[in-house]
Design a protein around this ligand. Structure first.
Ligand code: V47
Ligand code: SF4
Length: 384
């Protein structure tokens, strides 16, 4: 059944274009670059939200997914030193750290006992850590916690590990999988635009190579997420091209699970002084992502970066996933995020229900998690 969405006359006189876009969305047709540009120009935020939520509704009905997880940032020492990053340190710089495998295990221990189903592991590009370190970390975690999902190492880290080991990306991924890797997180994508990468992260893996690592991972059967860092120096067109590049790869592989736009925080970075992203830009970016990425099953609002309140509002802007308990995320908090370090399951569920949505606990692969008597703890299973 078609729902009537009202188009409010807008200053720019874009009503005709918007009406056409709306019709395409209604008919399930794919939107192109020109249309995405119109959407970024549209000042009717609620209309964008309504359109995006229609798509979200078709994909996941009234469900909003969350996960009980923990982030472990095993090292902040990084040879790249991206200009937007407040987390990384030079080798031997004060505050630099690299966790031993036992420390990683100890960090995981408590949360697995508390019922986490996923450990999300990312870190800097440490110039000294070799393939053995990563393999040992994964195999020890796998041995100690057989049913936990290990989502680890961005495409940028994978390329770095491969280069240091003198192996191809394919062989590196195979070794990591054999040691226990289950999926890849979506970090390191930033904005694919060579202009922005040259300006902000000249030493980082190029956008083209980020996509190539993901293509390879998907070919091997690994699933992954994808991100976009926005709200720094990029233009709307550069954001749109980033989204379209992801959509093109997803057409070929189908390996992406969720897309997560990451709102830039400038504190303690070379870009300090740049204001925080506005609520308008955050919601617009989520809604446009939902509208353009028609082949991505899920759009995730990462509350750590968005703020808890806006993450709740985003549930009416095409989002169907609010990430999870997270626990001890360091990358955004180093850059001035004033969100809490973790949210409890009760808090997550309450904010989803208050928004009129149905909370569903998922595992990393979006399967429903069942907990006996609804109690958090190590005793859980996946719905058949
Ligand atoms: O790659 C770095 C970004 C990413 C800043 O896959 C910053 O489910 C904001 O990718 N302000 C790491 N962002 C985090 C990440 C992620 C987070 C949550 C879920 C998933 C997932 C992935 O954080 C980096 C970079 O793009 N970042 N510095 C900053 N100052
Ligand atoms: Fe290193 Fe990642 Fe920070 Fe860039 S964003 S400096 S690659 S830790």
């Amino acid at each position: 059944m078609k729902t009537v969405l009202l188009i409010r006359p807008s200053k720019g006189g874009h009503e005709t274009h918007l009406r056409r876009i709306l019709e395409k969305v209604e008919d399930g047709e794919r939107l192109g670059l020109e249309e995405a540009v119109r959407l970024y120009e549209c000042d009717d935020l609620l209309l964008l939200g309504q359109m995006a939520n229609k798509i979200k509704g078709k994909k996941s009905a009234n469900r909003i997914y969350y996960i009980v997880n923990r982030h472990i940032n095993y090292t902040n020492i990084c040879k790249n030193r991206c200009r937007f990053c407040a987390f990384s340190k030079e080798e031997n710089q004060d505050g630099g750290y690299a966790m031993g495998v036992e420390e990683v295990l100890a960090e995981a221990e408590g949360v697995v006992e508390q019922g986490a189903t996923e450990i999300h592991i990312v870190g800097g590009l440490h110039p000294q850590l070799g393939l053995d370190y990563y393999l040992k970390m994964l195999s020890c975690l796998r041995e100690r916690f057989p049913s936990i999902h290990l989502q680890a190492f961005t495409a940028v880290e994978v390329a770095h590990i491969a280069e240091r080991a003198g192996l191809s990306v394919k062989d590196t991924l195979k070794e990591l999988v054999q040691a226990g890797l289950d999926s890849l997180p979506g970090g390191g994508a930033e904005v694919f635009s060579p202009r922005i990468r040259k300006e902000l992260c000249p030493d980082k893996l190029s956008g083209k190579d980020w996509l190539a690592v993901m293509r390879q991972a998907h070919k091997l059967g690994l699933r992954s997420n994808a991100t976009m860092l926005y709200g720094h120096l990029e233009t709307p067109l550069e954001r749109i091209k980033h989204l379209l590049a992801l959509r093109e790869l997803q057409d070929d592989t189908g390996g992406f699970m969720s897309f997560i736009p990451l709102a830039f925080h400038s504190d303690n970075t070379f870009l300090r002084g740049l204001p925080r992203t506005t609520a308008n830009l955050d919601l617009k970016t989520l809604a446009i992502s939902r509208l353009l990425l028609d082949n991505f099953p899920h759009i995730k609002a990462f509350w750590v970066m968005l703020g808890v309140k806006l993450a709740q509002v985003s549930l009416s802007f095409g989002v169907d996933d609010i990430d999870g308990t997270v626990i001890q995320e360091k990358i955004t908090h180093s850059a001035g995020a004033d969100t809490p370090e973790e949210l409890s399951v009760e808090e997550l569920v309450a904010l989803i229900e208050e928004a009129g949505r149905e909370p569903v606990e998922r595992d990393t692969l979006y399967r429903k998690v069942i907990r006996p008597e609804g109690k958090l703890g190590p005793d859980w299973h996946i719905e058949n």
